[in-house]
Design a protein around this ligand. Sequence first.
Ligand SMILES: [Zn+2]
Ligand SMILES: [Zn+2]
Ligand SMILES: [Zn+2]
Length: 489
Amino acid sequence: MENVAIFDSPGKGRGLKASKEFWAGDVIFSEASLAAVVFDSHAERICHSCFRRQEKLQRCGQCKFAHYCDRTCQRAGWAEHKQECGAIKAYGKVPNENIRLVSRIMWRIDKEGSLVSDLQLTTLDELEDHLNNMQEDDLKELKVDIHNFLDYWPRTSKQHTIDDISHIFGVINCNGFTVSDQRGLQAVGVGLFPNLCLVNHDCWPNCTVILNHGSQSAVNTIFHSQRRIELRSLGKIAEGEELTVAYVDYLNVSEERQRLLKTQYFFDCTCEHCSNKTHDDIKMGGREVEGVKPSDEQVKEATNYCFDMMQKMDKARLNGDYHEVVKICRQCIEKTEPVLAETHIYQLRMWSTMSEVQAYLQYFEEAADYAHKMVEGYIKLYHPNNAALGMAAMRAGVTHWQAGLIEVGHGLVCKAYAILMVTHGPTHPITKDLEAMRMQTEMELRMFKQNEYVYHSMREAALKNKPMTMLHEPKSVEEGIKNLFHRRK
Ligand SMILES: [Zn+2]
Ligand SMILES: [Zn+2]
Ligand SMILES: [Zn+2]
Protein backbone atom coordinates (compact mmCIF):
# COMPACT_ATOMS: atom_id res chain seq x y z
CA MET A 1 0.00 0.00 0.00
CA GLU A 2 1.95 2.97 -1.21
CA ASN A 3 -0.78 5.55 -0.50
CA VAL A 4 -1.02 5.19 3.28
CA ALA A 5 1.07 4.21 6.28
CA ILE A 6 0.25 3.23 9.86
CA PHE A 7 1.59 5.56 12.53
CA ASP A 8 1.14 6.34 16.21
CA SER A 9 -1.46 9.07 16.30
CA PRO A 10 -1.02 11.29 19.36
CA GLY A 11 -3.70 10.44 21.93
CA LYS A 12 -5.54 8.10 19.56
CA GLY A 13 -3.41 4.99 19.38
CA ARG A 14 -2.86 3.86 15.83
CA GLY A 15 -3.88 5.86 12.83
CA LEU A 16 -3.35 6.13 9.09
CA LYS A 17 -1.47 8.92 7.37
CA ALA A 18 -1.12 9.92 3.74
CA SER A 19 2.10 8.76 2.10
CA LYS A 20 1.67 11.29 -0.68
CA GLU A 21 -0.42 14.30 -1.61
CA PHE A 22 -4.11 13.86 -2.44
CA TRP A 23 -6.77 16.04 -4.05
CA ALA A 24 -10.53 16.21 -3.70
CA GLY A 25 -12.15 13.02 -5.02
CA ASP A 26 -8.98 10.88 -5.03
CA VAL A 27 -9.54 7.29 -3.95
CA ILE A 28 -6.93 6.76 -1.24
CA PHE A 29 -7.69 3.08 -0.92
CA SER A 30 -10.48 0.67 -1.60
CA GLU A 31 -11.13 -2.51 0.32
CA ALA A 32 -13.44 -5.50 -0.02
CA SER A 33 -15.23 -6.67 3.10
CA LEU A 34 -13.74 -9.43 5.18
CA ALA A 35 -17.35 -10.49 5.63
CA ALA A 36 -20.76 -8.84 5.53
CA VAL A 37 -24.33 -9.89 6.31
CA VAL A 38 -27.80 -8.56 5.55
CA PHE A 39 -29.76 -7.38 8.63
CA ASP A 40 -32.33 -9.80 10.07
CA SER A 41 -35.03 -7.26 9.23
CA HIS A 42 -34.03 -7.08 5.54
CA ALA A 43 -33.22 -10.75 4.90
CA GLU A 44 -35.99 -11.19 2.33
CA ARG A 45 -35.69 -7.88 0.56
CA ILE A 46 -31.96 -7.52 -0.02
CA CYS A 47 -29.70 -9.80 -2.08
CA HIS A 48 -27.31 -11.61 0.26
CA SER A 49 -24.56 -11.43 -2.31
CA CYS A 50 -24.62 -7.94 -3.87
CA PHE A 51 -26.73 -6.14 -1.18
CA ARG A 52 -29.00 -4.59 -3.77
CA ARG A 53 -32.67 -4.04 -3.01
CA GLN A 54 -34.71 -6.07 -5.46
CA GLU A 55 -38.44 -6.57 -6.04
CA LYS A 56 -38.16 -10.30 -6.57
CA LEU A 57 -35.45 -12.38 -4.98
CA GLN A 58 -34.82 -16.12 -5.25
CA ARG A 59 -34.49 -18.15 -2.11
CA CYS A 60 -31.65 -20.56 -1.43
CA GLY A 61 -33.29 -23.98 -1.87
CA GLN A 62 -31.17 -25.51 0.89
CA CYS A 63 -31.54 -23.22 3.91
CA LYS A 64 -34.54 -21.20 2.63
CA PHE A 65 -32.96 -18.19 4.34
CA ALA A 66 -30.49 -16.59 1.93
CA HIS A 67 -32.03 -14.60 -0.93
CA TYR A 68 -30.41 -13.65 -4.24
CA CYS A 69 -31.15 -11.58 -7.33
CA ASP A 70 -30.43 -14.52 -9.60
CA ARG A 71 -28.12 -17.48 -10.16
CA THR A 72 -25.16 -15.21 -10.89
CA CYS A 73 -25.45 -13.60 -7.44
CA GLN A 74 -26.05 -16.95 -5.79
CA ARG A 75 -22.93 -18.37 -7.40
CA ALA A 76 -20.90 -15.27 -6.46
CA GLY A 77 -22.11 -15.53 -2.85
CA TRP A 78 -21.64 -19.26 -2.45
CA ALA A 79 -18.11 -19.16 -0.99
CA GLU A 80 -19.43 -16.91 1.80
CA HIS A 81 -22.68 -18.80 2.27
CA LYS A 82 -21.63 -22.45 1.89
CA GLN A 83 -20.80 -23.18 5.52
CA GLU A 84 -23.52 -20.87 6.81
CA CYS A 85 -26.08 -22.72 4.68
CA GLY A 86 -25.19 -26.07 6.24
CA ALA A 87 -25.05 -24.60 9.74
CA ILE A 88 -28.50 -22.99 9.47
CA LYS A 89 -29.99 -26.25 8.23
CA ALA A 90 -28.44 -28.19 11.10
CA TYR A 91 -29.37 -25.54 13.70
CA GLY A 92 -32.96 -25.51 12.49
CA LYS A 93 -33.29 -21.73 12.79
CA VAL A 94 -31.50 -18.54 11.76
CA PRO A 95 -29.19 -16.88 14.28
CA ASN A 96 -29.16 -13.08 14.53
CA GLU A 97 -27.03 -10.79 12.36
CA ASN A 98 -24.21 -10.45 14.91
CA ILE A 99 -23.79 -14.20 15.15
CA ARG A 100 -24.02 -14.62 11.39
CA LEU A 101 -21.34 -11.97 10.86
CA VAL A 102 -18.96 -13.38 13.46
CA SER A 103 -19.42 -16.86 11.98
CA ARG A 104 -18.66 -15.66 8.46
CA ILE A 105 -15.52 -13.93 9.73
CA MET A 106 -14.43 -17.09 11.59
CA TRP A 107 -14.93 -19.37 8.58
CA ARG A 108 -13.00 -17.00 6.38
CA ILE A 109 -10.09 -16.73 8.79
CA ASP A 110 -9.99 -20.48 9.36
CA LYS A 111 -9.66 -20.88 5.63
CA GLU A 112 -7.28 -18.07 4.77
CA GLY A 113 -5.50 -16.99 7.95
CA SER A 114 -5.89 -13.68 9.71
CA LEU A 115 -4.22 -11.49 7.05
CA VAL A 116 -7.09 -11.77 4.63
CA SER A 117 -7.46 -8.19 3.42
CA ASP A 118 -5.89 -7.03 0.17
CA LEU A 119 -3.98 -4.24 1.85
CA GLN A 120 -2.73 -6.30 4.76
CA LEU A 121 -2.16 -3.32 7.01
CA THR A 122 -3.59 -4.96 10.08
CA THR A 123 -4.68 -8.30 11.45
CA LEU A 124 -7.94 -9.08 13.13
CA ASP A 125 -6.10 -9.83 16.41
CA GLU A 126 -4.81 -6.27 16.45
CA LEU A 127 -8.20 -4.57 16.08
CA GLU A 128 -9.76 -3.03 19.17
CA ASP A 129 -12.65 -4.91 20.81
CA HIS A 130 -13.27 -2.50 23.75
CA LEU A 131 -14.68 -5.37 25.81
CA ASN A 132 -13.37 -3.65 28.94
CA ASN A 133 -15.35 -0.50 28.18
CA MET A 134 -18.69 -2.17 27.54
CA GLN A 135 -21.71 -1.29 29.64
CA GLU A 136 -23.34 -3.99 31.74
CA ASP A 137 -26.40 -4.29 29.49
CA ASP A 138 -24.27 -4.66 26.41
CA LEU A 139 -22.14 -7.28 28.13
CA LYS A 140 -25.26 -9.24 28.99
CA GLU A 141 -26.35 -9.21 25.35
CA LEU A 142 -22.87 -10.20 24.32
CA LYS A 143 -23.03 -13.23 26.61
CA VAL A 144 -26.36 -14.30 25.10
CA ASP A 145 -24.91 -13.92 21.60
CA ILE A 146 -21.87 -15.99 22.51
CA HIS A 147 -24.07 -18.67 24.06
CA ASN A 148 -26.18 -18.87 20.89
CA PHE A 149 -23.09 -18.77 18.73
CA LEU A 150 -21.74 -21.87 20.47
CA ASP A 151 -25.02 -23.69 19.79
CA TYR A 152 -24.94 -22.68 16.16
CA TRP A 153 -21.25 -23.20 15.38
CA PRO A 154 -20.85 -26.65 13.78
CA ARG A 155 -18.72 -29.28 15.46
CA THR A 156 -17.10 -30.00 12.14
CA SER A 157 -15.75 -26.41 11.92
CA LYS A 158 -12.57 -25.41 13.71
CA GLN A 159 -13.16 -24.78 17.44
CA HIS A 160 -12.11 -21.51 19.10
CA THR A 161 -11.61 -20.31 22.66
CA ILE A 162 -14.24 -18.12 24.31
CA ASP A 163 -11.66 -15.31 24.41
CA ASP A 164 -11.18 -15.43 20.65
CA ILE A 165 -14.92 -15.53 20.03
CA SER A 166 -15.55 -12.62 22.44
CA HIS A 167 -12.80 -10.62 20.74
CA ILE A 168 -14.51 -10.87 17.35
CA PHE A 169 -17.91 -9.99 18.81
CA GLY A 170 -16.22 -6.97 20.42
CA VAL A 171 -14.56 -5.99 17.15
CA ILE A 172 -17.80 -6.01 15.17
CA ASN A 173 -19.54 -4.13 17.96
CA CYS A 174 -17.32 -1.08 17.58
CA ASN A 175 -16.10 -1.54 13.98
CA GLY A 176 -18.98 -3.08 12.07
CA PHE A 177 -19.52 -0.82 9.08
CA THR A 178 -23.06 0.07 8.00
CA VAL A 179 -23.74 -1.38 4.55
CA SER A 180 -26.32 0.54 2.52
CA ASP A 181 -28.45 -0.49 -0.43
CA GLN A 182 -27.36 0.47 -3.94
CA ARG A 183 -28.87 3.95 -3.70
CA GLY A 184 -27.10 4.66 -0.42
CA LEU A 185 -30.39 5.63 1.19
CA GLN A 186 -30.94 2.90 3.68
CA ALA A 187 -28.82 0.78 6.00
CA VAL A 188 -29.43 -2.84 5.05
CA GLY A 189 -26.52 -4.77 6.53
CA VAL A 190 -23.26 -4.74 8.38
CA GLY A 191 -19.75 -5.71 7.34
CA LEU A 192 -16.18 -5.67 8.53
CA PHE A 193 -13.52 -3.77 6.58
CA PRO A 194 -10.34 -4.18 8.66
CA ASN A 195 -8.23 -1.38 7.19
CA LEU A 196 -11.03 1.14 7.44
CA CYS A 197 -11.00 0.46 11.20
CA LEU A 198 -7.58 2.12 11.32
CA VAL A 199 -8.92 5.47 10.11
CA ASN A 200 -9.55 7.70 13.13
CA HIS A 201 -12.44 10.07 13.68
CA ASP A 202 -12.53 13.84 13.31
CA CYS A 203 -15.73 15.89 13.40
CA TRP A 204 -14.38 17.88 10.42
CA PRO A 205 -12.63 15.08 8.54
CA ASN A 206 -10.46 15.19 5.42
CA CYS A 207 -11.89 11.96 3.98
CA THR A 208 -15.19 10.23 3.45
CA VAL A 209 -15.97 6.57 3.02
CA ILE A 210 -18.45 5.28 0.51
CA LEU A 211 -19.70 1.82 -0.32
CA ASN A 212 -19.52 0.84 -3.96
CA HIS A 213 -21.53 -2.27 -4.75
CA GLY A 214 -19.36 -3.06 -7.75
CA SER A 215 -20.85 -4.69 -10.80
CA GLN A 216 -21.82 -8.31 -11.09
CA SER A 217 -24.14 -8.10 -14.06
CA ALA A 218 -21.81 -9.10 -16.90
CA VAL A 219 -22.19 -12.67 -18.14
CA ASN A 220 -18.44 -13.12 -18.04
CA THR A 221 -17.31 -12.92 -14.43
CA ILE A 222 -13.96 -11.48 -15.53
CA PHE A 223 -15.75 -8.14 -15.85
CA HIS A 224 -17.26 -8.28 -12.37
CA SER A 225 -16.00 -5.97 -9.67
CA GLN A 226 -16.34 -6.65 -5.97
CA ARG A 227 -18.40 -4.83 -3.41
CA ARG A 228 -15.94 -2.53 -1.69
CA ILE A 229 -15.58 0.60 0.36
CA GLU A 230 -13.60 3.52 -0.96
CA LEU A 231 -11.78 6.02 1.20
CA ARG A 232 -12.01 9.28 -0.75
CA SER A 233 -10.28 12.58 -0.16
CA LEU A 234 -12.57 15.58 0.49
CA GLY A 235 -9.96 18.17 -0.41
CA LYS A 236 -6.21 18.63 -0.59
CA ILE A 237 -4.33 16.38 1.84
CA ALA A 238 -0.61 16.92 2.36
CA GLU A 239 1.89 14.08 2.54
CA GLY A 240 2.18 12.90 6.16
CA GLU A 241 -1.20 14.32 7.22
CA GLU A 242 -3.45 12.03 9.28
CA LEU A 243 -6.44 10.62 7.39
CA THR A 244 -9.77 10.99 9.20
CA VAL A 245 -13.46 10.27 8.67
CA ALA A 246 -16.51 11.33 10.70
CA TYR A 247 -18.08 8.51 12.71
CA VAL A 248 -21.08 10.67 13.68
CA ASP A 249 -23.09 13.32 11.90
CA TYR A 250 -21.86 16.89 12.20
CA LEU A 251 -25.45 18.16 12.64
CA ASN A 252 -25.16 17.69 16.40
CA VAL A 253 -23.65 20.21 18.79
CA SER A 254 -20.15 19.36 19.99
CA GLU A 255 -21.31 18.15 23.40
CA GLU A 256 -23.74 15.70 21.82
CA ARG A 257 -21.14 14.46 19.32
CA GLN A 258 -18.69 13.93 22.15
CA ARG A 259 -21.33 12.02 24.11
CA LEU A 260 -22.15 9.78 21.14
CA LEU A 261 -18.49 9.11 20.45
CA LYS A 262 -17.82 8.31 24.08
CA THR A 263 -20.72 5.89 24.48
CA GLN A 264 -20.42 4.23 21.07
CA TYR A 265 -16.71 4.35 20.34
CA PHE A 266 -15.23 4.85 23.80
CA PHE A 267 -13.07 7.93 23.28
CA ASP A 268 -13.15 11.64 24.11
CA CYS A 269 -13.16 13.73 20.96
CA THR A 270 -10.67 16.57 21.22
CA CYS A 271 -10.80 17.56 17.56
CA GLU A 272 -10.52 21.21 16.63
CA HIS A 273 -14.26 21.63 16.02
CA CYS A 274 -15.10 20.12 19.42
CA SER A 275 -12.44 22.12 21.25
CA ASN A 276 -13.60 25.39 19.70
CA LYS A 277 -17.29 24.41 19.81
CA THR A 278 -17.43 25.54 16.19
CA HIS A 279 -20.96 26.32 14.91
CA ASP A 280 -22.56 25.36 18.25
CA ASP A 281 -23.94 28.88 18.61
CA ILE A 282 -25.74 28.91 15.27
CA LYS A 283 -26.88 25.27 15.58
CA MET A 284 -28.86 26.25 18.69
CA GLY A 285 -29.23 29.98 18.10
CA GLY A 286 -32.02 32.49 17.61
CA ARG A 287 -33.09 34.24 14.43
CA GLU A 288 -31.96 37.82 14.00
CA VAL A 289 -34.61 40.01 12.43
CA GLU A 290 -33.47 43.51 11.47
CA GLY A 291 -30.73 43.46 14.05
CA VAL A 292 -33.00 42.23 16.85
CA LYS A 293 -32.38 38.85 18.40
CA PRO A 294 -34.83 36.92 20.56
CA SER A 295 -33.86 36.51 24.20
CA ASP A 296 -32.02 33.39 25.39
CA GLU A 297 -35.17 32.46 27.27
CA GLN A 298 -37.30 32.61 24.10
CA VAL A 299 -34.77 30.55 22.15
CA LYS A 300 -34.63 27.96 24.90
CA GLU A 301 -38.39 27.69 25.07
CA ALA A 302 -38.71 27.30 21.28
CA THR A 303 -35.88 24.74 21.27
CA ASN A 304 -37.57 22.61 23.92
CA TYR A 305 -40.91 22.86 22.16
CA CYS A 306 -39.29 21.84 18.88
CA PHE A 307 -37.63 18.89 20.57
CA ASP A 308 -40.93 17.60 21.96
CA MET A 309 -42.60 17.97 18.58
CA MET A 310 -39.76 16.05 16.97
CA GLN A 311 -40.51 13.03 19.15
CA LYS A 312 -44.19 13.18 18.19
CA MET A 313 -43.26 13.62 14.55
CA ASP A 314 -40.95 10.60 14.54
CA LYS A 315 -43.66 8.49 16.06
CA ALA A 316 -46.27 9.51 13.50
CA ARG A 317 -43.75 8.94 10.74
CA LEU A 318 -42.93 5.45 11.92
CA ASN A 319 -46.64 4.68 11.96
CA GLY A 320 -46.88 5.89 8.39
CA ASP A 321 -49.37 8.57 9.41
CA TYR A 322 -48.04 11.24 7.05
CA HIS A 323 -50.92 13.67 7.34
CA GLU A 324 -50.31 13.71 11.07
CA VAL A 325 -46.60 14.31 10.42
CA VAL A 326 -47.47 17.32 8.26
CA LYS A 327 -49.83 18.63 10.93
CA ILE A 328 -47.20 18.36 13.67
CA CYS A 329 -44.47 19.92 11.53
CA ARG A 330 -46.69 22.78 10.43
CA GLN A 331 -47.75 23.54 13.98
CA CYS A 332 -44.13 23.49 15.15
CA ILE A 333 -42.75 25.53 12.26
CA GLU A 334 -45.42 28.22 12.66
CA LYS A 335 -44.50 28.66 16.27
CA THR A 336 -40.72 28.33 16.21
CA GLU A 337 -39.62 29.60 12.80
CA PRO A 338 -39.78 33.28 13.83
CA VAL A 339 -37.57 32.57 16.85
CA LEU A 340 -35.03 29.96 15.76
CA ALA A 341 -32.03 30.59 13.50
CA GLU A 342 -32.17 29.23 9.95
CA THR A 343 -29.29 26.96 10.99
CA HIS A 344 -30.96 25.65 14.16
CA ILE A 345 -30.59 21.87 13.92
CA TYR A 346 -34.07 21.02 15.21
CA GLN A 347 -35.59 23.45 12.77
CA LEU A 348 -33.56 21.78 10.00
CA ARG A 349 -34.99 18.42 11.05
CA MET A 350 -38.51 19.82 10.78
CA TRP A 351 -37.89 21.29 7.32
CA SER A 352 -36.21 18.13 6.13
CA THR A 353 -39.08 15.89 7.24
CA MET A 354 -41.67 18.30 5.94
CA SER A 355 -40.07 18.40 2.48
CA GLU A 356 -39.71 14.65 2.35
CA VAL A 357 -43.25 13.87 3.43
CA GLN A 358 -44.85 16.59 1.31
CA ALA A 359 -42.95 15.34 -1.74
CA TYR A 360 -44.25 11.86 -1.00
CA LEU A 361 -47.78 13.21 -0.73
CA GLN A 362 -47.10 15.06 -4.00
CA TYR A 363 -47.38 18.60 -2.65
CA PHE A 364 -44.27 19.45 -4.60
CA GLU A 365 -44.27 23.23 -4.28
CA GLU A 366 -44.40 23.25 -0.53
CA ALA A 367 -41.90 20.40 -0.44
CA ALA A 368 -39.54 22.41 -2.64
CA ASP A 369 -39.83 25.43 -0.39
CA TYR A 370 -38.80 23.48 2.71
CA ALA A 371 -36.11 21.54 0.86
CA HIS A 372 -34.59 24.85 -0.18
CA LYS A 373 -34.46 26.13 3.40
CA MET A 374 -32.94 22.85 4.49
CA VAL A 375 -30.13 23.00 1.91
CA GLU A 376 -29.41 26.66 2.70
CA GLY A 377 -29.01 25.72 6.37
CA TYR A 378 -26.85 22.70 5.57
CA ILE A 379 -24.55 24.85 3.40
CA LYS A 380 -23.83 27.10 6.37
CA LEU A 381 -22.98 24.14 8.62
CA TYR A 382 -21.48 21.28 6.63
CA HIS A 383 -18.09 20.92 4.99
CA PRO A 384 -18.61 21.97 1.32
CA ASN A 385 -17.95 18.41 0.16
CA ASN A 386 -20.01 16.62 2.80
CA ALA A 387 -21.89 13.64 1.33
CA ALA A 388 -25.05 14.37 3.35
CA LEU A 389 -25.09 17.89 1.90
CA GLY A 390 -24.77 16.41 -1.59
CA MET A 391 -27.63 14.00 -0.98
CA ALA A 392 -29.81 16.80 0.44
CA ALA A 393 -29.09 19.00 -2.59
CA MET A 394 -30.04 16.10 -4.84
CA ARG A 395 -33.34 15.60 -3.03
CA ALA A 396 -34.06 19.33 -3.13
CA GLY A 397 -33.16 19.46 -6.84
CA VAL A 398 -35.57 16.64 -7.70
CA THR A 399 -38.32 18.22 -5.61
CA HIS A 400 -37.89 21.56 -7.39
CA TRP A 401 -37.96 19.79 -10.72
CA GLN A 402 -41.17 18.02 -9.69
CA ALA A 403 -42.64 21.37 -8.68
CA GLY A 404 -41.78 22.79 -12.10
CA LEU A 405 -39.17 25.13 -10.65
CA ILE A 406 -36.65 24.18 -13.28
CA GLU A 407 -34.08 26.95 -12.80
CA VAL A 408 -33.50 26.35 -9.10
CA GLY A 409 -33.93 22.61 -9.63
CA HIS A 410 -31.18 22.48 -12.22
CA GLY A 411 -28.87 24.55 -10.01
CA LEU A 412 -29.37 22.18 -7.08
CA VAL A 413 -28.86 19.09 -9.23
CA CYS A 414 -25.58 20.58 -10.50
CA LYS A 415 -24.49 21.35 -6.96
CA ALA A 416 -25.29 17.80 -5.86
CA TYR A 417 -23.45 16.40 -8.85
CA ALA A 418 -20.29 18.39 -8.04
CA ILE A 419 -20.29 17.09 -4.46
CA LEU A 420 -21.06 13.48 -5.33
CA MET A 421 -18.29 13.42 -7.94
CA VAL A 422 -15.97 13.90 -4.95
CA THR A 423 -17.72 11.78 -2.31
CA HIS A 424 -19.08 8.95 -4.46
CA GLY A 425 -17.04 9.15 -7.68
CA PRO A 426 -18.20 9.01 -11.30
CA THR A 427 -18.98 5.27 -11.42
CA HIS A 428 -21.30 5.15 -8.42
CA PRO A 429 -24.94 4.49 -9.41
CA ILE A 430 -26.18 7.61 -7.58
CA THR A 431 -23.70 9.79 -9.45
CA LYS A 432 -24.83 8.20 -12.70
CA ASP A 433 -28.46 8.93 -11.81
CA LEU A 434 -27.49 12.50 -11.09
CA GLU A 435 -25.64 12.84 -14.35
CA ALA A 436 -28.79 11.76 -16.21
CA MET A 437 -30.86 14.16 -14.12
CA ARG A 438 -28.43 16.98 -14.82
CA MET A 439 -28.73 16.45 -18.56
CA GLN A 440 -32.51 16.21 -18.35
CA THR A 441 -32.88 19.41 -16.31
CA GLU A 442 -30.40 21.22 -18.52
CA MET A 443 -32.42 20.33 -21.59
CA GLU A 444 -35.65 21.35 -19.90
CA LEU A 445 -34.14 24.61 -18.72
CA ARG A 446 -33.06 25.44 -22.26
CA MET A 447 -36.57 24.70 -23.46
CA PHE A 448 -38.06 26.76 -20.62
CA LYS A 449 -35.98 29.76 -21.64
CA GLN A 450 -37.04 29.42 -25.27
CA ASN A 451 -40.73 28.74 -24.79
CA GLU A 452 -42.38 28.42 -21.42
CA TYR A 453 -45.64 27.05 -22.78
CA VAL A 454 -44.00 24.15 -24.62
CA TYR A 455 -41.91 23.45 -21.55
CA HIS A 456 -44.90 23.15 -19.24
CA SER A 457 -46.88 20.86 -21.52
CA MET A 458 -43.85 18.66 -22.08
CA ARG A 459 -43.20 18.47 -18.35
CA GLU A 460 -46.74 17.33 -17.60
CA ALA A 461 -46.26 14.52 -20.07
CA ALA A 462 -42.90 13.56 -18.55
CA LEU A 463 -44.36 13.49 -15.04
CA LYS A 464 -47.19 11.25 -16.19
CA ASN A 465 -44.98 8.79 -18.03
CA LYS A 466 -42.23 8.46 -15.52
CA PRO A 467 -43.21 7.47 -12.03
CA MET A 468 -40.67 9.22 -9.84
CA THR A 469 -37.71 7.02 -9.16
CA MET A 470 -36.95 9.06 -6.07
CA LEU A 471 -40.27 8.59 -4.36
CA HIS A 472 -39.60 6.33 -1.43
CA GLU A 473 -42.08 5.99 1.30
CA PRO A 474 -40.60 8.30 3.95
CA LYS A 475 -41.17 5.73 6.67
CA SER A 476 -38.49 3.43 5.38
CA VAL A 477 -35.89 6.07 4.70
CA GLU A 478 -33.64 7.12 7.50
CA GLU A 479 -32.08 10.48 6.91
CA GLY A 480 -29.30 9.14 4.78
CA ILE A 481 -26.76 6.99 6.54
CA LYS A 482 -25.44 9.18 9.26
CA ASN A 483 -23.68 6.70 11.44
CA LEU A 484 -20.65 5.26 9.78
CA PHE A 485 -20.47 2.19 11.94
CA HIS A 486 -23.41 0.01 12.76
CA ARG A 487 -24.41 -0.22 16.41
CA ARG A 488 -25.62 -3.46 17.87
CA LYS A 489 -29.22 -3.38 18.96
ZN1 LIG B 1 -27.62 -9.70 -6.15
ZN1 LIG C 1 -28.53 -21.58 1.83
ZN1 LIG D 1 -14.91 16.34 17.59
